[in-house]
Design a protein around this ligand. Structure first.
Ligand code: C2E
Ligand code: CA
Ligand code: CA
Length: 727
């Protein structure tokens, strides 16, 4: 708790007068008092803790005195005026050094100066070296009235001091704030400008004061909040008041940046005044933008991502208008990626995305769906012809050559089209339909736009189930190899075996390659499974060869994916090294599809394999377009006559002619030959007659599990443990 004396001292301090220069109005009052009341000395005195301070004095040489001796110290303790006509006769002052020594005061009259709160902070007094006979009632009134004038003047000083304190408090806070603080008068002219405002907008205090708020925003942006800020004026309500808004700020150098602004108003001298707190939110905007991009855009192509596309499809459906959804897939992208590396692949995707965006323009939204898949939604397009022709236009755009640095790449695209409401009224349904149509387009030979038809739904479902199942099959090791004997036609001796993959499905039983191979080959795990087949078959063959009685050969089918990664030669070398199988006992079977799609790399890989002494058989020979020149360019060791020709060998003259031609051909190229699909004794006879040495077919044995194969051909019982391609 403050004592009364402390409160009094505090009240005195608030006037900021103790050591201040003489206040001219007070000096004037003091002079008036001396003249009106005929006193040689008059002054205002303030009673501090230990001393009395004289202010605006006339006829007095003292500056201050000890509080103990001060007449005024007694005056302030009184309610009313203190008059001492002759101090030397007054027991209270008789011995006071002010009386006994200079200035030898004999007469004193003082009125306490009492503030509104009742604190007597000083006095207005008269003094003289001569005693007085009287100080009349009129004299007292005059002095008391003058004291009131002094008080009024003091109160004014106190208010000014308080205002100064508030102002400096505000200025200190304003200048330490990292937010810009700006004040403006009723007409929007700035009259306060903080240090942060200078940092934010570039104008110095001197530049800014007196300028309109309009200089803080770009001139051209008068439509939004920026305009509201420029238009603040007395009496007009601005929508900015009491809100925090984001607007575009303009730096002195012309640069623009996002600003968060809060505007408030108050009344100052009867006029509206405005205060604005402004903050640079570039950083925050950048973070927000980054987060937005992360959540909505594909990082590589900057196209909207799958989630955004789904939203757009849903929105199009909700609008109750027709809509087309197109799924696009680049043909040949995997090959580009494998052959030229990911950097080139990424560049191609970016180019493709740009072309697609141009194609779609404002008609709808193009998104990256994943990998080399894109999707487009075209709201308002419900007509199948329009939708497919748009799809075809996209294919054309995506099929233009891609120039990446010095390389020119050619890719194609396939498109699946689904329409709402015809094919589905849910977002996921529509996308699935478009996906099914895309699959069909690819199956139909790529480079096409295919419209969804209901029968595709089943195909797609089956495929999806198969894809999921394959994944599990790989992890659980559900694949097995069966072996089909290849025998000498003349004496039936076992020459080799072809490894053929089977899927031991937990529910569906043993599945043939026809049921899953296409899906597997188009999926991401083709090479992995192919590698597993290779290792398993080599290990099995070597186990059978170990007894030395049957030095059989093993035939392993390859798929295109195994050539793509570029690791085939190494995979073969590893399989041979790990199993100990001699290279000449391995025969890799390749088909025309592999050869036609990947010319140079395939030739190189095959040559390397040939150099290792691995055999290369051309499977299903005669069914495709393989020209004779292929036989020269590829380092083959064997042709396998397709079972279709063998099947017709005895009934069809043409088939018989082809079989003969293939046999002759292989002879002239120095290749061995094996006839596939021999089912009858008659076929065996005919083939033998035509000079074919080896054959494979049900007549000699169906593909069978390894144990059965070993028993049948009296091979060593040992067979390799099954493993999983995932291992
Ligand atoms: P392919 O390489 O032409 O294999 C020969 C196919 O003919 C096998 O069918 C086999 O069971 C069948 N076959 C053998 N003898 C006869 C016969 O006398 N009459 C009839 N009608 N058919 C006979 P499968 O096992 O269904 O294999 C089908 C195809 O799947 C194979 O054709 C091959 O291209 C592919 N394939 C099988 N296993 C693998 C593998 O491990 N990797 C790869 N990439 N492809 C494989
Ligand atoms: Ca084969
Ligand atoms: Ca074949």
């Amino acid at each position: 708790m403050q004592t009364d004396e402390e409160a009094r001292l505090q009240a005195l301090a608030e006037h900021e007068i103790l050591d201040a220069e003489t206040d001219p109005s007070l000096a004037h009052i003091v002079e008036l008092a001396a003249r009106l009341l005929g006193a040689p000395a008059a002054f205002v005195s303030f009673v501090d803790r230990d001393r009395q301070v004289f202010h605006a004095k006339v006829g007095l040489s003292l500056c201050d005195t000890d509080r103990d001796v001060a007449f005024c110290a007694r005056t302030i303790a009184q309610v009313d005026i203190l008059v001492v006509l002759d101090a030397s006769q007054d027991p209270r002052f008789r011995d006071n050094p002010l009386v006994t020594d200079a200035p030898f005061i004999r007469f004193y009259a003082g009125v306490p100066l009492r503030t509104g709160d009742g604190h007597a902070i000083g006095t207005l007094c008269l003094a003289g070296p001569k005693p007085r006979r009287a100080f009349t009632g009129r004299d007292r009134r005059i002095l008391t009235d003058l004291a009131r004038l002094v008080l009024d003047r003091l109160e004014l000083r106190r208010v000014q001091a308080a205002r100064r304190a508030t102002q400096s408090r505000f200025e200190h806070i304003a200048d330490t704030s990292s937010d810009a603080i700006i004040c403006a008068d009723a007409h929007g002219r700035m009259n306060f400008w903080s240090a942060a405002a200078e940092r934010l907008f570039g104008h110095t205090v001197a530049d800014a004061l007196g300028q309109p708020l309009a200089i803080l925003v770009p001139e051209r942006m008068h439509g939004g909040h920026e305009g509201d800020l420029c238009r603040i004026a007395p009496g007009t309500a601005t929508p900015l008041l009491g809100r925090t808004v984001e607007l575009t700020g303009r730096h002195k150098d012309g640069r623009e940046f996002p600003v968060e602004l809060s505007l408030c108003t108050w009344t100052e001298n009867g006029q509206a005044a405005f205060g604005a707190i402004a903050r640079d939110v570039s950083q925050r905007r950048m973070v927000e933008e980054r987060l937005f991009r992360l959540a909505h855009l594909d990082a590589l192509t900057e196209l909207p991502n799958r989630a955004v596309l789904r939203g757009r499809v849903e929105a199009a459906i909700m609008e109750d208008r027709p809509a087309a959804v197109l799924m696009l897939d680049l043909d040949g992208f995997k090959e580009v990626n494998d052959a030229h590396g990911h950097a080139v692949g990424d560049a191609v995707l970016r180019l493709a995305a740009r072309r697609l965006r141009t194609c779609v323009d404002t008609m709808g939204v193009a998104a990256r769906y994943g990998g080399d898949e894109f999707a487009v939604v075209l709201p308002g397009v419900g007509d199948p012809l329009t939708a497919t022709s748009k799809g075809q236009a996209m294919i054309d755009a995506l099929s233009e050559p891609y120039r990446v640095e010095e390389t020119v790449l050619r890719l194609g695209a396939s498109v699946g089209v689904a329409l709402s409401p015809a094919h589905g009224v849910r977002e996921d349904e529509l996308l699935a339909c478009a996906d099914a149509a895309l699959y069909r387009a690819k199956m139909d030979g790529r480079g096409r736009a295919c419209l969804f038809t209901p029968d595709l739904r089943e195909v797609a479902q089956r495929e999806r189930a198969c894809r999921d199942g394959l994944r599990r099959a790989i992890e659980q090791g559900e694949f097995v190899l069966h072996y089909q004997p290849q025998v000498s036609l003349s004496d039936g001796a076992l020459m080799g075996a072809e490894a053929l993959i089977r899927w031991q499905h937990p529910e569906l039983g043993l599945l043939m390659p026809a049921a899953f191979l296409e899906v597997l080959d188009n999926g991401p795990d083709a090479a992995r499974v192919g590698d597993w087949v290779l290792r398993t078959a080599c290990a099995q063959a070597q186990a059978w060869r170990r007894d030395g009685v049957h030095p059989i050969r093993i035939g392993v089918n390859l798929c295109a994916a195994q050539f793509r990664g570029g690791g085939l030669v190494e995979a073969v070398a590893t399989a041979l090294a790990e199993t100990g199988l001699p290279a000449h006992a391995l025969e890799l079977e390749i088909t025309e599809t592999i050869i036609l799609h990947h010319d140079p790399e395939v030739v190189a890989a095959l040559q390397a394999l040939r150099a290792m002494d691995v055999g290369i058989a051309f499977d299903d020979y005669g069914t495709g377009y393989a020209s004779l020149s292929l036989l020269k360019r590829f380092p083959l060791t064997r042709l396998k006559i397709d079972r279709g020709f063998v099947n017709g060998l005895c009934e069809d003259r043409h088939d018989a002619a082809i079989v003969r031609a293939v046999i002759d051909l292989s002879r002239s190229f120095g290749l061995e030959v094996v006839a596939e699909g021999v089912e009858t004794e008659e076929q065996r006879q005919r083939l033998l007659a035509k000079g074919c040495q080896e054959a494979q077919g049900y007549l000699f044995g169906r593909p069978m599990p390894p144990a059965e194969f070993a028993a049948r051909f009296k091979l060593c019982r040992h067979h390799t443990r099954p493993s999983s391609p995932a291992a």
